[in-house]
Design a protein around this ligand. Structure first.
Ligand code: GUN
Length: 283
């Protein structure tokens, strides 16, 4: 499953939406100098610019007090010309991520991490949904992978990928199992999976022999190893799977494309073209 090709199409659609909507602004907040985070922010800004979205780049030193970060996020949330607000994660250890995410106006929460948007997803009334799970569902749809009634297994229970993708699969009527580090017998679950999402952040955790033959396998892993960037799924699994996403070139490009799509959605909320179920100003 080619994430680059589908992402390019999504980004072209976003660019068309932006031409129709006029100026759209995506504000990002990067705290500290984690190289991976800086790289992701760079990719997000480049993709935004290519789609005609104006990125606003805020960078703070690693030792910035939590109140100051929350203050900036709240200020951007209140700013009349800002459509999306994205604090890049992870934040430094002295900062409570939940507090910072809570300062994002839910209507501008292009990451979909705010409790209001997470709650809407949980209730089956999705508003702004995290980008990686959206990208996964778009890939499954693009490659005509059936979801309703199938066994879907998610390995990993993060707030960013595992939990939200489990909810999206459930909403699409899959029978969903979420496995994690304390799961007793991982292979007993994965061998039953028609759709397998590997999002544990552990290189090669999903060995080829624990993949059900013919399964659709989504590899969310982005693990830097001596051998380069590898996923959570062993390379040999490609021989057993019916369809599989490569790393790189699978889920990664989709995440950025769906972030841009979320930014357009946030812009529509702010312009009153779409109704946000709970109104504004919740923070
Ligand atoms: N860190 C890892 N993934 C993400 C993401 O999707 N959004 C943000 N803001 N930070 C992240």
């Amino acid at each position: 499953m080619d994430g680059r090709a589908l992402a390019a199409r999504v980004r072209a659609e976003v660019a068309e939406d932006v031409r129709e909507l006029g100026e759209i602004v995506l504000a990002t907040v990067l705290v500290g100098d984690d190289p991976a985070s800086a790289r992701y922010i760079g990719l997000k800004h480049k993709a935004a610019e290519e789609a005609g979205i104006r990125p606003l780049d805020h960078r703070l030193p690693a030792n910035t007090p939590e109140e100051e970060i929350v203050g900036l996020v709240a200020e951007l949330s209140a700013q009349g010309d800002v459509d999306g607000v994205l604090p890049q994660l992870p934040l430094p250890p002295h900062v409570d991520e939940t507090t910072v995410i809570g300062a994002v106006d839910p209507v501008k929460d292009v990451d979909g991490f705010h409790p209001v948007n997470a709650g809407q997803l949980y209730l089956g009334r999705p508003t702004l949904v995290p980008a990686t799970p959206l990208g996964i569902m778009a890939l499954l749809e693009e490659y005509d992978v059936p979801i309703a009634g199938v066994e879907a297994v998610v390995v990993g229970r993060s707030d960013i990928v595992g939990k939200p993708v489990a909810h999206l699969l459930l909403q699409a009527n899959a029978t969903v199992t979420v496995c994690h580090s304390r799961t007793r017998d991982l292979s007993a679950h994965t061998l039953r999976a028609d759709v397998l999402v590997a999002a544990a952040g552990s290189a090669g955790l999903v060995r080829a022999d624990i993949v059900k033959p013919g399964a659709a396998v989504i590899d969310v892993g982005q693990n830097e190893t001596d051998a380069g960037l590898v996923g959570d799924v062993e390379a040999e699994a490609a021989q057993r799977a019916g369809a599989i996403t490569p790393v790189p070139g699978g889920v990664g490009p989709m995440t950025i494309a769906m972030l841009l799509r979320n930014t357009v959605r946030a812009a529509r909320y702010r312009r009153g073209q779409l109704a946000f179920p709970l109104g504004r100003g919740l923070t």
